[in-house]
Design a protein around this ligand. Structure first.
Ligand code: HEM
Ligand code: HEM
Length: 169
Protein backbone atom coordinates (compact mmCIF):
# COMPACT_ATOMS: atom_id res chain seq x y z
CA UNK A 1 0.00 0.00 0.00
CA UNK A 2 1.36 3.45 -0.90
CA UNK A 3 0.20 5.63 1.99
CA UNK A 4 2.47 8.37 3.37
CA UNK A 5 2.44 7.43 7.05
CA UNK A 6 2.93 4.49 9.38
CA UNK A 7 -0.28 3.18 11.01
CA UNK A 8 -1.15 4.47 14.50
CA UNK A 9 -0.27 1.10 16.08
CA UNK A 10 3.24 1.32 14.56
CA UNK A 11 3.58 4.97 15.67
CA UNK A 12 2.56 4.24 19.24
CA UNK A 13 4.83 1.22 19.55
CA UNK A 14 7.78 2.96 17.83
CA UNK A 15 7.79 5.86 20.32
CA UNK A 16 7.11 3.67 23.36
CA UNK A 17 9.98 1.37 22.28
CA UNK A 18 12.26 4.34 21.56
CA UNK A 19 11.77 5.79 25.07
CA UNK A 20 12.36 2.42 26.78
CA UNK A 21 15.38 1.47 24.65
CA UNK A 22 17.08 4.88 24.90
CA UNK A 23 16.49 4.93 28.67
CA UNK A 24 17.81 1.37 29.17
CA UNK A 25 20.87 1.99 26.96
CA UNK A 26 21.75 5.34 28.57
CA UNK A 27 21.17 4.30 32.19
CA UNK A 28 22.72 0.81 31.71
CA UNK A 29 25.95 2.20 30.22
CA UNK A 30 25.99 5.10 32.71
CA UNK A 31 25.93 2.87 35.80
CA UNK A 32 28.45 0.42 34.32
CA UNK A 33 30.94 3.10 33.23
CA UNK A 34 30.56 5.84 35.84
CA UNK A 35 31.70 5.47 39.39
CA UNK A 36 28.24 5.08 40.98
CA UNK A 37 27.55 3.57 44.40
CA UNK A 38 26.73 -0.16 44.57
CA UNK A 39 23.19 0.77 45.77
CA UNK A 40 22.55 2.96 42.69
CA UNK A 41 24.00 0.26 40.41
CA UNK A 42 21.75 -2.37 41.98
CA UNK A 43 18.60 -0.18 41.83
CA UNK A 44 19.07 0.87 38.20
CA UNK A 45 19.96 -2.68 37.11
CA UNK A 46 16.93 -4.10 38.91
CA UNK A 47 14.53 -1.51 37.44
CA UNK A 48 15.99 -2.09 33.96
CA UNK A 49 15.68 -5.89 34.24
CA UNK A 50 11.97 -5.55 35.12
CA UNK A 51 11.30 -2.87 32.47
CA UNK A 52 13.26 -4.93 29.88
CA UNK A 53 11.28 -8.08 30.70
CA UNK A 54 7.91 -6.27 30.56
CA UNK A 55 9.02 -4.76 27.24
CA UNK A 56 9.25 -8.23 25.62
CA UNK A 57 5.48 -8.60 24.88
CA UNK A 58 5.44 -4.98 23.59
CA UNK A 59 8.33 -5.80 21.26
CA UNK A 60 6.59 -8.98 20.02
CA UNK A 61 3.44 -6.95 19.31
CA UNK A 62 5.57 -4.45 17.42
CA UNK A 63 7.08 -7.24 15.30
CA UNK A 64 3.56 -8.54 14.60
CA UNK A 65 2.34 -5.11 13.41
CA UNK A 66 5.51 -4.75 11.32
CA UNK A 67 4.49 -7.74 9.20
CA UNK A 68 0.70 -7.56 9.54
CA UNK A 69 0.15 -3.89 8.65
CA UNK A 70 1.10 -2.08 5.43
CA UNK A 71 4.22 0.13 5.38
CA UNK A 72 4.32 3.60 3.83
CA UNK A 73 6.05 3.90 0.46
CA UNK A 74 9.86 4.31 0.48
CA UNK A 75 11.20 7.76 1.22
CA UNK A 76 14.33 7.10 -0.87
CA UNK A 77 14.05 7.14 -4.65
CA UNK A 78 17.27 5.26 -5.39
CA UNK A 79 17.17 1.50 -4.91
CA UNK A 80 20.38 1.18 -2.89
CA UNK A 81 19.32 3.89 -0.43
CA UNK A 82 15.99 2.15 0.12
CA UNK A 83 17.92 -1.10 0.68
CA UNK A 84 20.22 0.53 3.30
CA UNK A 85 17.22 2.04 5.13
CA UNK A 86 15.38 -1.29 5.05
CA UNK A 87 18.47 -3.20 6.24
CA UNK A 88 19.07 -0.70 9.09
CA UNK A 89 15.45 -0.98 10.26
CA UNK A 90 15.56 -4.78 10.20
CA UNK A 91 18.89 -4.71 12.10
CA UNK A 92 17.27 -2.52 14.78
CA UNK A 93 14.59 -5.19 15.21
CA UNK A 94 17.16 -8.04 15.16
CA UNK A 95 19.54 -6.42 17.66
CA UNK A 96 16.68 -5.54 20.01
CA UNK A 97 15.67 -9.22 19.97
CA UNK A 98 19.25 -10.28 20.81
CA UNK A 99 19.49 -7.70 23.63
CA UNK A 100 16.23 -8.94 25.19
CA UNK A 101 17.05 -12.64 24.83
CA UNK A 102 20.59 -12.26 26.20
CA UNK A 103 19.26 -10.08 29.07
CA UNK A 104 16.93 -12.88 30.17
CA UNK A 105 19.49 -15.66 29.69
CA UNK A 106 22.30 -13.93 31.60
CA UNK A 107 20.21 -13.54 34.79
CA UNK A 108 21.61 -15.56 37.70
CA UNK A 109 18.59 -14.68 39.89
CA UNK A 110 14.81 -14.50 39.46
CA UNK A 111 13.15 -11.32 38.13
CA UNK A 112 10.37 -10.13 40.46
CA UNK A 113 7.55 -8.89 38.23
CA UNK A 114 5.11 -8.20 41.07
CA UNK A 115 2.52 -10.83 40.13
CA UNK A 116 5.11 -13.58 39.64
CA UNK A 117 8.83 -14.14 39.64
CA UNK A 118 10.50 -15.21 36.41
CA UNK A 119 13.07 -17.80 37.47
CA UNK A 120 16.57 -17.70 35.99
CA UNK A 121 16.91 -20.07 33.03
CA UNK A 122 20.59 -21.01 33.45
CA UNK A 123 22.93 -21.59 36.37
CA UNK A 124 26.21 -22.66 34.72
CA UNK A 125 28.65 -19.70 35.19
CA UNK A 126 30.14 -20.32 31.74
CA UNK A 127 26.79 -19.79 29.95
CA UNK A 128 25.80 -16.91 32.26
CA UNK A 129 29.12 -15.20 31.41
CA UNK A 130 28.69 -15.86 27.72
CA UNK A 131 25.17 -14.37 27.61
CA UNK A 132 26.41 -11.40 29.65
CA UNK A 133 29.07 -10.76 26.97
CA UNK A 134 26.42 -11.11 24.25
CA UNK A 135 24.21 -8.62 26.15
CA UNK A 136 26.97 -6.00 26.45
CA UNK A 137 28.09 -6.43 22.82
CA UNK A 138 24.55 -6.32 21.39
CA UNK A 139 23.77 -3.23 23.54
CA UNK A 140 26.87 -1.48 22.15
CA UNK A 141 25.89 -2.34 18.55
CA UNK A 142 22.28 -1.28 19.17
CA UNK A 143 23.44 2.05 20.63
CA UNK A 144 25.62 2.67 17.54
CA UNK A 145 22.74 1.81 15.21
CA UNK A 146 20.30 4.06 17.11
CA UNK A 147 22.78 6.96 16.74
CA UNK A 148 23.01 6.20 13.00
CA UNK A 149 19.22 5.95 12.75
CA UNK A 150 18.64 9.31 14.46
CA UNK A 151 21.43 10.91 12.38
CA UNK A 152 19.73 9.64 9.19
CA UNK A 153 16.39 11.08 10.33
CA UNK A 154 18.05 14.47 11.05
CA UNK A 155 19.81 14.36 7.66
CA UNK A 156 16.52 13.73 5.83
CA UNK A 157 14.78 16.57 7.70
CA UNK A 158 17.76 18.89 7.01
CA UNK A 159 17.42 18.17 3.28
CA UNK A 160 13.73 18.98 3.35
CA UNK A 161 12.35 15.44 3.39
CA UNK A 162 9.69 15.59 6.13
CA UNK A 163 10.38 12.08 7.38
CA UNK A 164 9.32 12.55 11.04
CA UNK A 165 5.79 13.29 9.79
CA UNK A 166 5.64 9.68 8.56
CA UNK A 167 6.25 8.50 12.13
CA UNK A 168 4.10 11.11 13.87
CA UNK A 169 0.45 11.20 15.00
C1 HEM B 1 15.39 -2.81 26.19
C2 HEM B 1 16.24 -3.76 26.31
C3 HEM B 1 17.52 -3.61 27.10
C4 HEM B 1 18.52 -2.71 26.94
C5 HEM B 1 18.59 -1.59 25.91
C6 HEM B 1 19.53 -3.00 27.93
C7 HEM B 1 20.71 -2.30 28.10
C8 HEM B 1 21.69 -2.59 29.01
C9 HEM B 1 22.98 -1.93 29.11
C10 HEM B 1 23.44 -0.80 28.20
C11 HEM B 1 23.66 -2.49 30.12
C12 HEM B 1 25.10 -2.12 30.59
C13 HEM B 1 26.07 -3.05 29.90
C14 HEM B 1 27.48 -2.90 30.44
O1 HEM B 1 27.78 -3.52 31.46
O2 HEM B 1 28.27 -2.16 29.83
C15 HEM B 1 22.82 -3.50 30.68
C16 HEM B 1 23.15 -4.28 31.77
C17 HEM B 1 22.28 -5.17 32.35
N1 HEM B 1 21.09 -5.61 31.83
FE1 HEM B 1 20.15 -4.92 30.22
N2 HEM B 1 19.13 -4.08 28.67
C18 HEM B 1 17.91 -4.49 28.20
C19 HEM B 1 17.16 -5.55 28.62
C20 HEM B 1 17.49 -6.33 29.71
C21 HEM B 1 16.71 -7.44 30.20
C22 HEM B 1 15.43 -7.99 29.54
C23 HEM B 1 17.35 -7.90 31.30
C24 HEM B 1 16.99 -9.05 32.19
C25 HEM B 1 15.80 -9.45 32.44
C26 HEM B 1 18.52 -7.08 31.51
C27 HEM B 1 19.40 -7.24 32.55
C28 HEM B 1 20.55 -6.51 32.71
C29 HEM B 1 21.45 -6.66 33.85
C30 HEM B 1 21.24 -7.58 35.07
C31 HEM B 1 22.54 -5.81 33.64
C32 HEM B 1 23.74 -5.55 34.56
C33 HEM B 1 24.82 -6.53 34.32
C34 HEM B 1 25.99 -6.29 35.28
O3 HEM B 1 26.86 -5.49 34.95
O4 HEM B 1 25.99 -6.90 36.34
N3 HEM B 1 18.58 -6.15 30.51
N4 HEM B 1 21.64 -3.55 29.97
C1 HEM C 1 14.65 10.27 19.04
C2 HEM C 1 14.83 9.11 18.51
C3 HEM C 1 14.17 8.60 17.27
C4 HEM C 1 13.65 9.27 16.18
C5 HEM C 1 13.60 10.79 15.94
C6 HEM C 1 13.15 8.27 15.27
C7 HEM C 1 12.50 8.54 14.06
C8 HEM C 1 12.06 7.61 13.18
C9 HEM C 1 11.38 7.91 11.93
C10 HEM C 1 11.08 9.31 11.41
C11 HEM C 1 11.10 6.74 11.32
C12 HEM C 1 10.41 6.56 9.95
C13 HEM C 1 11.43 6.21 8.90
C14 HEM C 1 10.73 6.06 7.56
O1 HEM C 1 10.11 6.99 7.11
O2 HEM C 1 10.82 4.97 6.98
C15 HEM C 1 11.59 5.68 12.16
C16 HEM C 1 11.50 4.33 11.87
C17 HEM C 1 12.02 3.33 12.68
N1 HEM C 1 12.62 3.50 13.90
FE1 HEM C 1 12.99 5.24 14.85
N2 HEM C 1 13.40 7.03 15.78
C18 HEM C 1 14.01 7.18 17.00
C19 HEM C 1 14.43 6.20 17.84
C20 HEM C 1 14.37 4.86 17.56
C21 HEM C 1 14.86 3.81 18.41
C22 HEM C 1 15.52 4.01 19.80
C23 HEM C 1 14.61 2.63 17.78
C24 HEM C 1 14.90 1.22 18.22
C25 HEM C 1 15.99 0.75 18.61
C26 HEM C 1 13.99 2.93 16.52
C27 HEM C 1 13.61 1.99 15.57
C28 HEM C 1 12.99 2.26 14.38
C29 HEM C 1 12.61 1.25 13.41
C30 HEM C 1 12.85 -0.26 13.54
C31 HEM C 1 12.00 1.92 12.34
C32 HEM C 1 11.40 1.31 11.08
C33 HEM C 1 9.95 1.09 11.33
C34 HEM C 1 9.43 -0.07 10.56
O3 HEM C 1 9.77 -0.22 9.38
O4 HEM C 1 8.69 -0.85 11.17
N3 HEM C 1 13.84 4.29 16.41
N4 HEM C 1 12.16 6.24 13.29
Amino acid sequence: MNNEKYCWQQLLLHWLSAVIIIWALASGFAVSMLNVSPVTFERVTQVNSVVGTLFIPVFLLRCYFRVALPLPKNVNDEGWRAFVAHFTHLSLYGLTAVVLLSGILMMDRGIDLGVFTLQSMLCDPFWLGLWFDVHVLSCALLAALVVLHVAAVIKHEWWGRRIVRRMWF
